[in-house]
Design a protein around this ligand. Structure first.
Ligand code: GLC
Length: 733
């Protein structure tokens, strides 16, 4: 939402509305209530409430708009909000799955389709995208964001904003976006939802704030405050971050909405004694709209004439809310054509969902068993809780989300018409029995191939779904181990929300496909990848740890430390006497590692295999030296990469370019994602891709100056498969 979005006439209308509204009417305008009946919503609309949750249809939405426009004091139309996180009726892959595509343009197209569907039903405001950088898969909400890297969250968040809002918000098929949850929610201690967040300014500035800045620059109409504290201060009352950073420094012109009951939560946070204090505290900090409808419940004193500063603050909040309504065109076109509701997944939207889904699955391991030839005529056992399940939609899908019409059982039968497929679908992923395990152990040798479709159910990820144990639930690990006891090759397909701890068995199967919750086209896309009709091109947007004890396992959270390990530790008794032999770095003992775990995550950020051997022929830095002054004016470091697809099928390939700052005033990450691009490489073809590394990818927050800095010096360019003996370098001067 940019300042120039509104015309002088609209600004004048806003001023006269503010002039005419009473204090209570203004407080009403900056609230959104939820969980009410249509009758209660109509009453709230007549009272001048600013926003309501979607009532369930275009007709009911129009009735609410009519009540607001014709029966309230000032006839101000309503914002109608809903969590349209990855689809409305047509359900797209979860955001974490989308991130695995490294193709933000496809996410933008998905958001565009979602907006068209939702707006046709009356929703004009979505509480999406979530751009919480997330590094702890114990947190159930990692599924709603774009993973552990700030650049990926920035690119996908901005793309989703553009998808929802288009260039100008006033088209009747768009929605106001909401970048959430501002800020740091993904860093909840222990991955426990709603828990404390405490971090350095540097980490806040370099890892958690950038995606929000990118969403603001993409024009996000709204931002949602997060439930957590940031270094002791609840975000719903954090003036420095809500006002000084987001509004003043980033120039955010839309409005900040609280999360559900987030203002009221200031009371259990222990910073407000009652709702009145909480309301005054959050409004004064810069929150513009309260979610819960409790700003003035029980007629508490906030209704008396408050101090002038709060009056001005509430006037500004009203201006921001009214500004978004004008930008949406609601004053001119508040009603939805009831005969144009999109009530089913439209074919073009389904095609968009399929195009997105095809790019998301990540081939974690493969000994060559995959792909299974479509002419395969052997005996296949298809087993596991996801073998014949429709649970592919993922977290944050409401009742209008349409499940796949088919399951893996159906799509595999169609993709492998000559195979003799026996299905042993385990109904409940939370309760694989000893009998189930014994049965698969007993029959595995009878088959030529076992496809084990395993499930972390959709409702086991998302909000309020943190897990202390991130293995597959319900003994599914034991099902894998039993299936792998015979010589029959086993292919595991994971249908899950978050990165899991699969280290107990990941070495056993012939192949592992991370398929995520892909939405409505999940079963067909998985079958097409297993049979080679689609060449997998996903990469992990978030690491799979070796153990929950290893978290956080994010790649760029790893500074080298003063004692970097070069090999795994051991729990064997030490064979030296620390006191007598002294603290020298004896045989690697005194280095940063776990004695009982191999180094690094099981599968790191960026990991992903293809069916085609893709060779990095050459990596060349086109700009070996560049002046920082030039970079600050927009010049980029240019890296040219030559890639060859040695396979006999075309391949999509996510090229990730990392840098490593050789010497810095602050300990640099061992590698930092500087740019990424998704390219197509024809079978047997070679392409030359030039990637630009901008200043923002090299800068870091410098506490002493209170600003991002780029330091002179040498940087390595790190690209997987780079044939150079040493990583190529560039120098900033
Ligand atoms: C929830 C979530 C938020 C969502 C809001 C409205 O508690 O934290 O992401 O948009 O409430 O449903």
């Amino acid at each position: 939402m940019r300042a120039d979005t509104l015309t002088p006439d609209q600004l004048a209308q806003i001023d006269s509305l503010i002039e005419a509204m009473t204090w209570e009417e203004k407080l009403n305008q900056i609230q959104v209530t939820f969980k009410m009946s249509q009758e209660e919503c109509l009453e709230a609309a007549r009272s001048g409430i600013g926003a309501l949750f979607w009532p369930g249809s275009a007709r009911d939405t129009n009735a609410l708009q009519k009540a607001a426009i014709e029966e309230s004091a000032h006839g101000i139309p309503l914002l109608i909000g809903l969590d349209v996180i990855h689809g409305f009726r047509t359900i797209f892959p979860t955001p974490l799955a989308m991130a695995a595509s490294f193709a933000p343009k496809l996410a933008q197209a998905s958001a565009r389709a979602s907006a068209e569907e939702a707006r046709s039903n009356g929703v004009n405001w979505t509480f999406s995208p979530m751009v919480d950088t997330s590094r702890d898969p114990r947190w159930g909400r990692v599924v709603e964001g774009f993973g552990e890297d700030p650049l990926v969250n920035s690119a996908f968040g901005a793309a989703m904003v553009r998808g929802y809002q288009g260039e100008k918000l006033d088209s009747s098929s768009l929605m106001a976006a909401c970048a959430k949850h501002y800020v740091g929610y993904g860093a909840a201690e222990g991955g426990r939802d709603y828990n404390t967040v405490d971090m350095s300014t540097r980490r806040l500035r370099d890892v958690y704030l950038p995606p929000f800045r990118q969403c603001v620059e993409a024009g996000a109409a709204t931002v949602m405050a997060s439930f957590n504290t940031m270094n002791g201060r609840p975000m719903h009352a954090h003036k420095a971050l809500l006002t000084e950073v987001l509004k003043e420094e980033y120039g955010f012109e839309g409005f900040i909405v609280g999360d559900a009951s987030g203002v009221e939560n200031l009371i259990p946070h222990g910073v407000a004694a009652n709702m009145e204090q909480a309301a005054i505290m959050s409004l004064s900090a810069g929150l513009d709209m309260e979610m819960g409808g409790k700003l003035y419940e029980d007629g508490h004193a906030l209704l008396t004439e408050p101090d002038p500063a709060l009056v001005e603050r509430v006037n500004e909040a009203c201006r921001r809310v009214l500004g978004v309504k004008f930008a949406l065109g609601l004053f001119d076109n508040p009603y939805i054509p009831e005969d144009a509701e999109i009530l089913e997944p439209r074919e073009d939207h389904r095609a968009t969902a399929r195009q997105m889904a095809e790019q998301c699955p990540v081939l974690l391991t493969n000994n060559g068993t995959l792909p299974v030839a479509p002419t395969f005529s052997g005996k296949i056992l298809l087993a596991g809780p996801a073998a014949d399940s429709r649970d592919h939609l993922g977290a944050w899908v409401q009742r209008m989300g349409v499940e796949p019409e088919v399951s893996l059982k159906d799509t595999l039968a169609a993709a492998l018409p000559q195979a003799q497929i026996t299905v042993r679908a385990h109904e409940n992923p939370l309760a694989i029995s000893d009998e189930d395990i014994a049965e698969i152990r007993g029959c595995a040798a009878d088959y030529d191939l076992i496809l084990l479709a395993l499930s972390e159910p959709s409702d086991l990820s998302g909000e309020a779904s943190s897990r202390a144990d991130i293995r597959l639930p319900g003994n599914q690990d034991r099902l894998v181990e039993a299936a792998c006891e015979s010589d029959t090759p086993v292919v595991v397909v994971l249908v899950n929300g978050r990165p899991l701890d699969i280290s107990a068995w990941a070495h056993l199967p012939a192949a592992i496909l991370e398929a995520w919750h892909l939405g409505i086209t999940g079963p067909e896309v998985i079958a097409d990848i297993l049979t080679g009709h689609i060449n997998p091109s996903g990469r992990l947007p978030m690491a799979f740890p070796r153990s929950v004890g290893q978290l956080p396992a994010a790649y760029d959270a790893r500074e080298n430390t003063g004692r970097p390990p070069s090999r795994a530790g051991s729990i064997e008794p030490k064979n030296f006497d620390f006191a007598v032999d002294g603290p020298t770095n004896i045989a690697e003992f005194f280095t940063s590692k776990y004695r009982d775990l191999d180094l690094g995550p099981l599968f790191p950020f960026g990991h992903g295999l293809s069916y085609s051997p893709i060779t990095v022929e050459k990596v060349q830095v086109r700009t070996p030296t560049l002046a920082i002054a030039e970079m600050n004016k927009g010049a980029c470091i240019q890296v040219e990469v030559t890639l060859t697809n040695e396979g006999d099928v075309p391949a999509d390939y996510s090229l990730l370019v990392f840098t490593h700052d050789i010497l810095s005033s602050l300990a640099p990450a061992v590698r930092r994602l500087a740019a990424f691009v998704k390219v197509g490489i024809p079978a047997g073809g070679t392409i030359h891709e030039t990637v630009d590394i901008p200043a923002s990818a090299l800068a870091f927050w410098e506490e002493s100056t209170g600003a991002p800095v780029i330091e002179a010096g040498e940087f390595e360019v790190l690209i997987e498969g780079d044939p150079n003996q040493e990583p190529p370098r560039f120098t900033l001067v």
